[in-house]
Design a binder for this molecule. Structure first.
Ligand code: SF4
Length: 511
């Protein structure tokens, strides 16, 4: 969960004519799909390429970029290599070469596929000395479903990917952090325990955010790292679940990273339910994916690339990259008729640029900007000191009131949104959340109050230390009946005590 690469959208908008030429399919493969500098092209215009051909390589921090189609290099710009795809596409691809696991991950050009885009070979080049690989399967952003579909369809390969990560970093344990609500996916993972005894599951609550790197470390290991720290300070590496799958592909199939799983939802002719597309060639446009999902249903507000919290508005011509996750088409925006808007920034929500864009689309005037007091500036990016645990927002809300705001738009986590609702309405400020127009499109309740617990029960463990699924509701009731029950209380005239053993019936009446 990161919006680090959101600035790409602006660049993409300026790459004009990349798109579909009359009858020809073109793929726009961006040179910067990762943290670091754009990769340097190693092909020239007119070169024939195949799926998996190396198009560009990094000179400093970065990752290799490969073609996702068979075709011919049509154009090279500062931002992208544009391939005209051949009519006939092969299922085959150019295989990568490498001496060892890290070499193959590097050659494949794998980066953090949850959105962060950090080069994976650099991340895994560490000796954890018996520490942890923490797998981020939180699928933290609402409406995205491609991570869960991957677990259902490719659980073994995903587990093998985790295992490769453990071996290469010398980690003793792997832990998959997944929301408790994903019961089916959890069962599938539990069924693989025998094969992967060193990989366990940690359950997460269904609140936002849970996928932030340090939130994963805190939830699984109980250590709260400061915003400037890396998970390695807790003897761990956090890695996205799709990244693990692509690692297994690189090692076992010698496959470069040129495919991406994508969720598409919102105002679509086929309905608003999220559709998942697996193994989409990178460089496919947002418009092509929307067409595959049935097309836009009438008038729309915007198209968001990413999730409701960290996504940003894009155009139909925007190509997907290794870090793309969701494509969401929204209802048209309400007209707030020049409302005086206060923006409350969250480190795990939209950045200032995104929030200003939303204000413009709502026809509101930005009157004041505040950041959550736990949002700390770390090298130009806001990072939360303790993701998802509200430090109190009343002071910020009062600031908006004093600045003359009539409305506030917030990008806050579940806990802080709840706190905002504790003060803003009392000060007659209308509250909008940055996710409102998206949630409304798909018929979800707007994000306002915290209705779910921030703490979840972990899976039971048997006497051999193996994790078990939760008992079914009927089994739970049966167990509850079998339990012995004791109750004691001190009354005015002595101790009142009841002890009920298994198999006994008791009926007490007070009059
Ligand atoms: S505590 Fe503040 S910065 Fe942190 S997630 Fe919540 S709103 Fe965002």
């Amino acid at each position: 969960m990161s919006n680090t690469l959101s600035c790409q959208a602006i660049i993409i908008h300026n790459i004009s004519k990349l798109k579909k030429e009359m009858g020809k399919v073109v793929k726009t493969i961006l040179l910067r799909q990762h943290i670091g500098a754009p990769a340097t092209p190693v092909v020239k215009v007119g070169d024939s390429v195949k799926r998996g051909s190396l198009l560009a390589a990094p000179e400093k921090l970065g990752a290799n970029v490969h073609s996702s189609v068979d075709g011919v290099v049509k154009e090279i710009t500062e931002e992208a290599v544009i391939i005209e795809a051949s009519e006939k596409q092969s299922d085959d691809y150019v295989k990568i070469e490498g001496e060892n696991t890290l070499d193959l991950i590097k050659a494949a050009g794998i980066v953090g596929m949850g959105g962060a885009g950090f080069p994976t070979a650099v991340k895994l080049n560490i000796d954890l000395k018996g520490g942890y690989i923490l797998v981020n399967a939180a699928e933290c952003e609402p409406l995205l479903e491609h991570n869960m579909k991957q677990i259902m369809e490719q659980p073994e390969k995903t587990m093998r990917g985790i295992d490769y990560c453990m071996k290469v970093t010398n980690a003793a344990k792997g832990v998959i952090a997944i929301k408790k609500k994903h019961e089916e996916e959890i069962k599938v993972l539990l069924s693989l325990q025998e094969k992967f005894p060193n990989i366990s599951i940690h359950l997460l609550p269904d609140i936002y955010p849970m996928g932030e790197e340090r939130a994963v470390v805190r939830e699984v290991l109980g250590k709260l790292l400061p915003p400037t720290s890396l998970p390695s300070e807790a003897d761990s590496v956090v890695i996205n679940v799709e990244t693990c799958l692509r690692i297994a592909e690189a090692i076992e199939d010698k496959k470069p990273c040129f495919l991406k799983n994508i969720s598409v939802g919102g105002k679509l002719k086929k309905g608003t339910k999220t559709q998942v597309f697996m193994d989409v060639p990178i460089g496919t446009t947002v418009g092509e994916l929307i067409e595959m999902a049935g097309g836009i249903d009438g008038e729309y507000g915007e198209i968001v690339l990413g999730g409701p919290f960290t996504g940003h508005a894009v155009e139909l011509s925007t190509p997907i990259t290794k870090t793309s996750g969701g494509i969401l088409v929204t209802e048209p925006f309400k007209d707030l008729k020049g409302a005086k808007m206060g923006i409350l920034l969250c480190a795990c929500g939209g950045n200032l640029e995104r929030m200003e864009d939303l204000c413009k689309k709502y026809n509101a005037v930005v009157t004041d900007v505040q950041a959550c007091k736990q949002a700390e500036d770390v090298r130009g990016t806001l990072k939360c000191q303790n993701p998802g645990n509200c430090p109190g927002q009343a002071q910020k809300i009062l600031h908006f009131k004093n600045a003359g705001c009539t409305d506030v738009i917030i990008g806050n986590c579940s806990d802080c949104t709840n706190t905002v609702m504790g003060s803003a309405p009392k000060m007659n400020l209308n509250v909008h959340h940055q996710t409102d127009h998206i949630f409304e499109t798909v018929g979800m309740e707007p994000m306002r109050y915290l209705t779910k617990s921030k703490v979840v029960e972990q899976l039971p463990v048997d006497d051999k230390g193996r994790q078990l699924p939760f008992p079914k509701e009927e089994e739970k009731t049966e167990q509850a009946v079998k339990q012995e029950f004791s109750f004691s209380t001190m009354l005015d005239d002595g101790l009142f005590h009841i002890h009920v053993e298994e198999g006994q019936d008791i009926h007490i009446e007070f009059s």
